[in-house]
Design a protein around this ligand. Structure first.
Ligand code: SF4
Length: 268
């Protein structure tokens, strides 16, 4: 099971939900403060961004990093059947509340699809498919059901099978593997490091120097790669890597990416 198309953001089918529903705090990532539910001042009437080609120059680099895993188009076109919050203001608060829940569900689907898309997890395939189908069905629930979901409980249940899958995948790398799970590695000097099959689950790698590092088959679920230098690094086969993490890191044409992810336009 490859991550299906519907887990990839399609902004043309979304009512600009990330630009309205989410709150921003003024920082190096966003030039302004904005409350959740308030449309960004740069959002156009047709849901396109008025400064799309100059987001970074204008202080909105966070917008070039964010990825909704396709939750925006799902909420816009399926949950709310194509009714724009502008035309149906009575739906807007529900729509904005459902969006982050849908994003969490789609993120979990992304991880399950990744775990399933590996031959070493064959013993878990039926469980992974079962979890995927159950979760996928939930994404078509009503706004009321979606808003009442205990996403933390879901996340923790699904994490069990993701963890088992990770063990099987990382066992493909022979020898001792590094365990940096949850570790504070902010600014760590890891240029050229051998991190094959390592556990980097939830590790704080903000601004880390990972130039030329070998992260093949490393589990990076939840790892914070903001500003990490991954130039020349090998990330092929990284487990549970997301476009959001790649967008947040600093790479270039020499960075080798997992097959399912694309090279960000803003990389040099
Ligand atoms: S700057 Fe553009 S992409 Fe960012 S939130 Fe505003 S409208 Fe959306």
């Amino acid at each position: 099971m490859r991550a299906p198309e519907n887990l990839l953001a399609d902004c043309s089918s979304c009512f600009g939900l990330c630009c309205v529903a989410l709150p921003f705090a003024k920082s190096s990532d966003f030039a302004v403060d904005k409350a959740g539910g308030q449309p960004c001042r740069n959002l156009l009437e047709d849901s396109r961004c008025g400064i799309h080609s100059s987001l970074r120059e204008k202080g909105f680099s966070g917008c070039t990093v964010y990825d909704c895993f396709g939750a925006g188009q799902k909420v816009s076109q399926s949950t709310f059947t194509g009714q724009d919050w502008r035309q149906q203001p009575s739906n807007s608060s529900e729509m904005f509340a459902v969006f982050p829940v849908m994003r969490d569900l789609h993120e979990l689907l992304w991880y399950l699809a990744d775990a399933h898309d590996r031959t070493s997890t064959a013993a878990l395939h039926s469980r992974l498919v079962h979890e995927y189908d159950e979760l996928d069905a939930l994404t078509s629930a009503t706004p009321e059901i979606l808003m009442s979901l205990d996403v933390s409980a879901l996340r923790s249940r699904i994490n069990n099978v993701l963890l088992e899958a990770s063990e099987l995948i990382r066992a493909e790398v022979t020898g001792k593997k590094k365990n940096h799970r949850g570790r504070d590695m902010i600014g760590a000097k890891l240029a050229g490091a051998d991190l094959r099959g390592a556990s980097l689950r939830g590790a704080y790698l903000i601004g880390a120097d990972l130039r030329g590092a070998d992260l093949r088959l490393a589990d990076v679920i939840g790892a914070d790669l903001r500003g990490a230098n991954v130039r020349g690094a090998d990330l092929r086969g990284c487990i549970y890597a997301t476009q959001f993490q790649i967008n947040a890191a600093r790479g270039d044409s020499t960075t080798q990416l997992p097959e399912s992810l694309t090279r960000p336009d803003h990389w040099a």
